[in-house]
Design a protein around this ligand. Structure first.
Ligand code: MN
Length: 285
């Protein structure tokens, strides 16, 4: 059975520091698509040499996984566990905030000096309550270890970050079953993605134009599918790129307060207290 569309939402834009951020999830019409909580798409923005210096300074997270996909540019990550990451185009950083971590992120010094284009996606994935207080973990996933697939006469280029495709597994280790694929495509490509019937599925279109049955999908749209089949089929009308996401829903209450995602207001209060008491560690810049 082919899956049909449940709804299409469009990203709204806002300014975060000196980045333009597009946010298709959550939106007015789409609160969350469990386990996916939030998606921020920054860029593509062009910077002159020396122009882009701002870091998003030290801030905490608890109870979920912030995952960063680098489509363009060079980023520098630091956290209170002592992890440091230099990421470039095609790399992914899969962080498990778990019981709490403080991190900072921004362009690398080299990128600031040289300038260039930055385009990244940051995705928040919920953790089931039994794993919310797990030890924080950091997975630096360089592009070189992400399996690649060329489909439909090379018109589709897939990078499998998490989950399974054609009996091959992506490198990210996850707490629940998640599929995450970064996909580039040419015009007139025919897509055929398998998706387990118990998983919610989303497509976020960064660039290009798609045709799905009779609907035309423009860039910066988020397609949420019904759980009515095990296959997703669509075509491209233009060259572009998308992020394909699927995951088992976590059927638990969710309370999201700023950088914390827990299951009750009490747990949020505890998170704030633990952060204020320094239990999530510290980070100088
Ligand atoms: Mn963060």
């Amino acid at each position: 059975m082919l899956r049909s569309i449940n709804q299409i939402t469009y990203a709204h834009e806002f300014q975060m520091g000196n980045m333009r951020v597009k946010q298709p999830l959550p939106s007015q019409d789409l609160e969350q698509v469990s386990p996916f909580i939030l998606l921020h798409h920054a860029g593509p923005d062009q910077y002159k040499p020396g122009e882009y210096k701002n870091r998003l300074g030290p801030h905490p997270h608890r109870g979920f996984e912030p995952v960063t996909f680098i489509f363009n540019g060079k980023m520098h990550h630091r956290d209170s566990m002592g992890n440091e990451g230099f990421l470039q185009a095609g790399d992914v950083q899969w962080m498990t905030a778990g019981s709490g971590v403080i991190h900072s992120e921004g362009p690398s010094e080299k990128f600031s000096e040289e300038g260039g284009t930055i385009e990244i996606i940051q995705l928040w994935i919920n953790l089931p309550s039994k794993h919310k207080m797990t030890s924080p973990k950091y997975q630096d996933i360089p592009s070189s270890i992400i399996p690649e697939f060329f489909e439909d006469e090379n018109k589709i280029h897939i990078k499998l970050v998490a989950g399974e495709f054609k009996n091959i597994n992506g490198p990210a280790s996850t707490f629940t079953n998640i599929t995450a694929m970064m996909v580039d495509f040419e015009k007139d490509a025919n897509f055929n993605f398998p998706v387990p019937s118990n998983q919610n599925a989303l497509i976020y279109l960064l660039e290009g134009r798609l045709k799905f049955e009779k609907s035309e999908i423009v860039k910066l749209s988020m397609i949420e599918f019904k759980n009515d089949g095990e296959e997703i089929q669509f075509q491209s009308l233009e060259k572009g790129k998308l992020l394909f996401l699927a995951g088992e829903p976590i059927n638990e209450p969710m309370v999201n307060y700023g950088p914390f995602v827990m299951t009750s207001p009490e747990e949020i209060k505890q998170a704030i207290l633990d952060y204020e008491q320094g239990k999530m560690g510290s980070l100088d810049f």
